[in-house]
Design a binder for this molecule. Structure first.
Ligand code: SF4
Ligand SMILES: [Zn+2]
Length: 337
């Protein structure tokens, strides 16, 4: 990180929220308004060990955030709260990590939002235990970043620092107490071809179904300052196609109990999940409709680039590489259909 970025970062007040907005989500089987709160905290404990290969959250964390700062952030969130049935609290780390959000602060959040239908936050599995689960009010949903059910992918590609079984244990504990679980999967971790990524996400969703109410498939988007960004700049990584995301949903639809969903960050941009540019909006709209309806008919969208996506996967298989063929070979007409 440059000195300049570091100075800008430290100028941000630790007692102010990073962001807050309202959006649609689901609660009790229906579409509802949700308040999304992005907090400033000291950040994810795993970042201090190098972090995950695709995670740019270190940019969102501050060196020191006190209990008082966190309570001021809660006051700000409450001043904007208009009774939305769903509240989502993101900390760029783990809400259940005492070093990031002390138990006394967590208790204030639980109390403040005890009246809403759903309260969601994220946590690594090592912080999910009998004690932290016992503190939770019944409206809690914990979001678990499984990413992939393949232990080798988690270890070498994502560098997650835990195993799929750690997530399974945490998910089953939460479910046994009647709490909600939203599991995140990462579509296309580094070093995977497009077709490997589709197979990995499908297998991971089947693994997560046992302990998840919702499975959110997050296509990898290239964040600044990450290992994945270095691969991407060298043409060694292409973010997934939206067709691949649609393919994952078509394959899983009707075969898992959990609700399938995706709200891709950076969708349609070069750093995010994208198609040819012409059809990106229509394809992302289809994904959004499906995320609410679960009706596979909502995934229907067509474009000439669908054939190019298929040719892309064949080329990857033939060349045995996950490199960005769009970028390297487009001018040589290898992928022209
Ligand atoms: S992806 Fe999650 S666990 Fe990994 S470094 Fe980022 S915040 Fe931490
Ligand atoms: Zn297209």
């Amino acid at each position: 990180m440059s000195i300049q970025v570091s100075l800008v970062k430290e100028r941000r007040s630790p007692s102010e929220l990073e962001a807050l907005w309202k959006e649609d989500d689901m609660a009790d089987g229906g579409k509802v308004r949700a308040m999304v709160v992005i907090m400033r905290t000291s950040g994810c404990c795993w970042v201090r060990s190098g972090g995950c290969t695709m995670c740019g959250y270190r940019e969102a964390s501050l060196r020191e955030v006190t209990e008082e700062d966190l309570l001021k952030q809660l006051d700000q969130a409450l001043s904007k709260y208009k009774g939305e049935p769903f509240v989502k609290i993101y900390t760029s780390g783990s809400f259940l990590d005492d070093a990031e959000v002390p138990p006394s602060v967590r208790a204030r959040f639980y109390e403040a939002f005890s009246g809403c239908r759903r309260l969601l936050f994220e946590s690594r599995p090592e912080f999910i235990n009998e004690a932290t689960v016992a503190e939770m009010p019944p409206n809690v949903t914990v979001a678990l970043g499984l990413e992939s059910s393949d232990p080798k992918v988690l270890e070498s590609s994502v560098r997650k620092g835990f195993t799929p079984d750690d997530i399974r244990r945490a998910g089953l504990l939460l479910k046994s107490r009647g709490l909600g679980v939203r599991t995140y999967l990462l579509l296309k971790p580094p070093f995977m071809t497009e077709s490997m990524a589709i197979r990995d996400a499908v297998a991971s969703a089947r693994f997560a179904d046992e302990f998840s109410d919702e499975i959110s498939v997050n296509p990898l988007n290239v964040q600044r300052g990450t290992y994945v960004e270095r691969l991407w700049r060298r043409g060694e990584f292409r973010p997934p196609w939206i067709w691949s995301l649609i393919e994952v949903f078509k394959t899983l639809s009707g075969t898992v109990r959990a609700r399938l969903m995706s709200s891709p960050s950076g969708g349609g941009a070069q750093r995010g999940v994208h198609n040819c540019g012409e059809c990106d909006k229509a394809a992302l709209d289809a994904v959004e409709r499906f995320s609410f309806s679960q009706d596979p008919a909502d995934l229907f969208v067509t474009c000439g680039c669908q054939a190019k996506w298929k040719a892309y996967m064949e080329s990857e298989a033939a060349l045995g590489t996950p490199a960005d063929l769009d970028r390297d070979f487009e001018n040589e007409l290898i992928l022209r259909t």
